[in-house]
Write a protein that binds this ligand. Structure first.
Ligand code: PLP
Length: 294
């Protein structure tokens, strides 16, 4: 089995202030059964998660991930996480990492059916080898997400914009992309607005400006995109959040799918139509994303 480490967390109240939560973090055998059969995360996908990239034992953008965990908890009516406690759990997990790339997952579930408390745990494992996507890019297909752009405001119970454990549709979209001969997908709303990938944010280059779909459209606000925009601004580029039609992808000077573990994958083709791809610039972006970031 691949290398893995896991910690169970006894969630503390969000306002519990102390300097050490070590007694609430229990290392567990990652290959042994650990969850109750009544877990709502496994029965209903009722919970939230985060995936944090780790490079040479440095966890990237921890604060941004913790803030998004808190946002997802709020959207899902889960108890607010104690961010100092989760930060300590991330440090403990990262300290286990061998040199190279790892991924830390934070999971907060509604808990056991009829149980009083949420269940929380952290895992860390070696990351998959993403060299091919980073260096050669990815071919994508455009897939209808099945919601129009008014759905997030009209139907908040869809939990759009929260990183919930209900990723089965996202995985199905990736399988559909592969059936169509592509590597990945870009979701659009049913009224033709660009959204995100099933596991990534979309960034387009238009001349010397970089744009990404506005998070209000019911997409996750990506920590990688946020970090990349800060870096691009430092380099003097303009960045913007916009409502973008599907045509903007086809007309872009370059485009990337960006996420915490795979980092920047340049899009080389959209529905079989080639898109300009800049391997040297993409390498620079990934060099930045692999550098220690916080
Ligand atoms: N959008 C979706 C649906 C995702 O699943 C992810 C990451 O898993 C992202 C965007 C990118 O987020 P991040 O850059 O924080 O990994």
């Amino acid at each position: 089995m691949a290398w893995r480490f896991a910690l169970l967390i006894e969630p503390a109240a969000s306002d519990e202030s102390r300097t050490d939560f070590a007694d609430t973090l229990t290392p567990i055998d990652p290959s042994a059964p650990a969850l109750s059969i009544g877990e709502l995360s496994t029965q209903r996908g009722d919970g939230i998660f985060e995936s944090i990239g780790v490079v040479d034992a440095h966890p990237q953008e921890v604060q941004a991930h913790l803030e998004r965990l808190a946002h997802s908890a709020q959207v899902c009516d889960l108890p607010a996480p104690n961010l100092a406690q989760w930060a300590q759990a991330v440090s403990v997990a990262a300290a286990q990492c061998p040199p190279g790339e790892c991924v830390i997952k934070l999971i907060l579930s509604r808990g056991v059916e009829h149980g009083p408390a949420p269940t929380a745990w952290v895992t860390v494992a070696s990351a998959a080898d993403n060299t091919a996507a980073r260096e050669n890019g990815v071919r994508v297909v455009v897939l209808d997400r099945g919601f129009d752009s008014g759905a997030p405001a009209r139907a908040p119970w869809l939990l759009l914009g929260a990183k919930t454990l209900s990723y089965a549709p996202n995985m199905a979209a990736l399988r559909e992309a592969r059936r169509r001969g592509a590597d990945d997908a870009v979701f659009v709303s049913s009224d033709g607005v660009l959204l995100e990938g099933p596991t990534s944010s979309l960034v387009l280059r238009q001349g010397d400006r970089f744009v990404t779909p506005a998070p209000g459209a019911g997409i996750l606000h990506g920590t990688t995109q946020l970090s990349l925009f800060a870096h691009l601004e430092d380099r003097g580029f303009e960045t913007a959040y916009e409502t973008l039609p599907t045509a903007a992808l086809l007309e872009a000077d370059a485009a990337w799918l960006v996420s915490s573990v795979r980092l920047a994958a340049g899009i080389t083709a959209v529905d079989d139509a080639p898109l300009p791809y800049d391997p040297a610039f993409t390498r620079e972006l990934n060099d930045y994303l692999l550098s220690p970031r916080s």
